[in-house]
Design a protein around this ligand. Structure first.
Ligand code: AHR
Length: 510
């Protein structure tokens, strides 16, 4: 027995694939719905994330619709973006909404003090943002300004956006071109209150939150759900304080970024990294599960009826910026490793779907772990974009209980992570979908998929993989990393999926 265990451990330590990893799915017992908003996006006034990357203005030669570039909007529509958070981030706590309404040539020019000290001409404001959201068919998450704003300023913004009355603010909205009120699905009071949002304590912020939300009055049938700014590390004090708030709270936000080295002053490069940083990136991603588990345990104590959601409204990889780019613009390449990080996070979020009802990757275009990179009139889709698109069937699907047995371990030096990550759900189309990730960049693995309560003779879907760990798309080769068709058929009643090294597979089991 002891010898067997030692053999198993040494196989694991050598990084060898176990003969058969087994994934068992209980299709007869659907669990909580995986909110489509787990696949939410984040667009901040940061670098070329909005200006250039999405907004080019109505006079641009780049084909656009009312200023928004057609190629980018089209690609985002194709990946079914369910929700967009705007205007920040740290930017939100210095954003004054009145600067972004009225004729664009009359709007004030400010300095974006958080991000590169560049000029912010306010060309994208409330009307432009809602226009984008409407084109995408996405829900809207507006982040209010607590840091340099006030309850009054936030209350007036909410009135401007949601009121159907003849109030001066509602009439101003009409004068500016929008007759009907908009639906603001979510509204947050400040961002990162512990840091760029004002360096507050959890107790101080919680009191501020309660005071401000008392005054955020919208028509009863058009009331946003309010979100409080929460924590970002192992300290659950933020969640503890905020989950005791009784009124006007639908979610507590949480931020966590994957940094290969774990060090902010030397994070690691987006490409050209070694296997040590591949595995550390995977390991640092999997910590998300602990963060959610610990915070949810606190919420279960304070909010047993589960009224409040845990919203990871900023997450993703954060690398050293690309050499030669403005360090305030947070521009980084995006490789197969990023797609693996995204898929691992999706599988974690699905497992906590009961509380995790929204997440927002940072950020949608040209910033951090982006879906899309642009260079003037050119655009490319990143491996992360492809992962999002592959996972579309999980949006609003019912999660299915799943267990993994005989999982292998992938190790480099003293760092070890599980080789396979998996998730399953019953899609809105009635089909059962399975997502599998192989974290090992060197070895394929056979995964037996056992399905109880449904048929499971074959798997039809797509695989995302490449020969190099840092394989990525460039403007010269925009399709270097893209999904390919993937199928597996049962033999002898057994469905075995041959999961390639460093890959993500998503498919329907039929
Ligand atoms: O996403 C970039 C920045 O990261 C956001 O503005 C801020 O909230 C976080 O620190």
């Amino acid at each position: 027995m002891i010898r067997k265990t030692i053999l198993a451990l040494s196989l694991a330590a050598s990084g060898a694939a176990f003969a058969q990893v087994s994934v068992t799915i209980d299709a007869a017992r659907p669990g909580p719905v995986i909110s489509k908003n787990i696949y939410g996006q984040f667009a901040e006034h940061l670098g070329t994330g909005i200006y250039e990357g999405m907004w080019v203005g109505t006079d641009s030669k780049i084909p656009n619709t009312r200023g928004w570039r057609n190629d980018v909007v089209g690609a985002l529509k194709d990946m079914h973006v369910p929700l967009v958070r705007w205007p920040g981030g740290c930017f939100a706590d210095e954003y004054h909404w009145r600067d972004g309404i009225g004729p664009r040539d009359k709007r004030p020019v400010k300095v974006n003090t958080n991000w590169g000290g560049v000029e912010e001409n306010n060309a994208v404001g409330t009307h432009e943002f809602f226009d984008l959201a409407e084109m995408l068919g996405a829900e809207v998450y507006v982040n209010g300004n607590l840091g340099t704003g006030s309850a009054k300023e936030m209350a007036e913004w909410v009135e401007y956006m949601t009121s159907d009355s003849k109030s001066t603010l509602a009439d101003l909205r009409r004068k500016n071109g929008r007759d009907k009120p908009w639906k603001v699905d979510y509204f947050a009071v400040g961002n990162e209150a512990w840091g760029c949002g004002g360096e507050m304590t959890p107790e101080y912020y919680t009191q501020q939150y309660k005071t401000v939300t008392t005054f955020l009055k919208a028509p009863r049938d058009n009331r946003p759900r309010f979100i409080a700014s929460g924590g970002n590390d192992h300290d659950t004090k933020w969640t503890d304080n905020l989950s005791q708030v009784k009124n006007h709270i639908s979610g507590i936000s949480f931020h966590y970024y994957t940094i290969p080295t774990g060090k902010w002053d030397k994070k690691g490069a987006a490409t050209g990294f070694g296997e040590d940083q591949w595995i550390s990136t995977v390991k640092n991603t999997l910590v998300m599960d602990d963060f959610i588990r610990n915070n949810v345990a606190v919420m279960d104590k304070n909010d047993p009826q589960k009224k409040i959601g845990f919203f990871v409204d900023e997450w993703g990889t954060w690398y050293d910026v690309e050499p030669g780019t403005n360090s305030g613009f947070l521009y980084q390449q995006n490789s197969l490793r990023d797609a693996v990080v995204a898929a691992l996070n999706f599988n974690i979020f699905h497992a906590h779907a009961e509380r995790v009802r929204m997440t927002n990757i940072a950020q949608m275009v040209n910033v951090l772990q982006a879906m899309i990179l642009t260079d003037k009139d050119k655009m490319l889709l990143t491996p992360t974009y492809h992962a999002y698109k592959m996972y579309v069937p999980f949006q609003d699907a019912a999660s299915l209980p799943l267990s993994i047995s005989n999982n292998g371990a992938y190790s480099v030096g003293s760092t070890t992570v599980p080789q396979v990550s998996a998730s399953a759900a019953k899609g809105k189309d009635g089909k059962i979908y399975v997502a599998l990730v192989n974290t090992n960049p060197n070895k394929a693995v056979d995964v037996t998929v056992n399905l109880s309560g449904a048929k499971g003779g074959k798997l039809n879907g797509q695989v995302l993989t490449a020969s190099a760990m840092d394989a990525h798309n460039t403007f010269a080769k925009p399709d270097a990393v893209k999904p390919a068709a993937f199928n597996a058929t049962a033999t002898g009643g057994k469905l075995v999926v041959k999961l390639p090294a460093k890959s993500v597979v998503v498919g329907a089991v039929e």
